[in-house]
Ligand binder design. Structure first.
Ligand SMILES: [Zn+2]
Length: 244
């Protein structure tokens, strides 16, 4: 069951039982970000890597962490809810979870247009047309040199780098694999910004974009189809992960 999701206004979404009832086959549930990490571990750039973080920046922002070769799930499978890392006190944009300053409230595909309009208001930039209602419209305007937006993209880079810096000090990964439509479609703009603003406190991991063409979560789910026990431990939250 999905409980209290920040982007859907329902307290509980029972997914498994209705599917079992409808199709009469076993159904297993996995969070898409640990699934993405599993997909990378078996089929992508996580292969042979004992310590890496999979980060998706799409509708929301989430993470999947493999540490010491084992998946990190936490008590209820929420160990890497990195989209709710606190990254800003200047704009105090409210996140879908209800709290201000979280990474997802600025950089996710769903919230980026709100942050952009907030930033334009603060900087007296007037936008005409409806291109600013989507991340692709905003990034294309930056690429096309729309007046004033070079400052926006630097600010956006600083906020994203705050999130990535926090991931690095929290998990000390040797590799960060980025995924999700916001990254996949705009790596040309965003990766150089990460590089410019990420803290150098710890030795930097390799940072790259997933090469699984957006399929990492689905590929990870295909591994779980065979059972919650995997090479990275059990993906059943609440069970001793080291028991495999
Ligand atoms: Zn939040």
């Amino acid at each position: 069951m999905v409980i209290n999701p920040p982007n859907i206004s329902l307290p509980e979404i029972p997914l498994v039982a209705p599917l079992v009832k409808e199709f009469g086959i076993p159904v297993r549930l996995i969070n898409d970000c640990p699934a993405g990490a599993l997909g990378e571990l078996y089929f992508g750039d996580g292969k042979g890597c004992r310590d890496f973080v999979y980060i998706t920046i799409s509708t929301g922002i989430g993470g999947g962490v493999v540490a010491g070769g084992k998946i990190l799930l936490g008590r209820n499978g929420n160990a890497a809810e990195i989209g709710h890392f606190h990254v800003d006190t200047l704009y105090n944009v409210t996140c879908g979870c209800g709290y201000p300053g979280h990474w997802e409230a600025y950089a996710s595909g769903r919230h980026l247009p709100e942050f952009f309009s907030h930033w334009c208001r603060d900087n007296n930039i007037v936008i005409t047309g409806d291109w600013a209602s989507s991340p692709s419209g905003i990034f294309n305007a930056v690429r096309n040199g729309y007046p004033g937006l070079s400052d926006f993209i630097e600010e956006f880079g600083r906020i994203n780098a705050r999130g990535i810096s926090d991931v690095i000090v929290a998990y000390d990964p040797s590799r960060i694999i980025l995924d999700g439509s916001v990254i996949q479609n705009n790596a040309d703009l965003l990766l150089p910004l990460f590089d410019r603003y990420i803290d150098r406190f710890l030795r930097l991991p390799e940072i790259g974009v997933s090469r699984l063409k957006g399929l990492a979560p689905l590929l990870g789910a295909s591994v779980i189809a065979h059972g919650y026990g995997t090479a990275a431990g059990s993906f059943l939250a609440g069970v001793d992960n080291n028991s495999g």
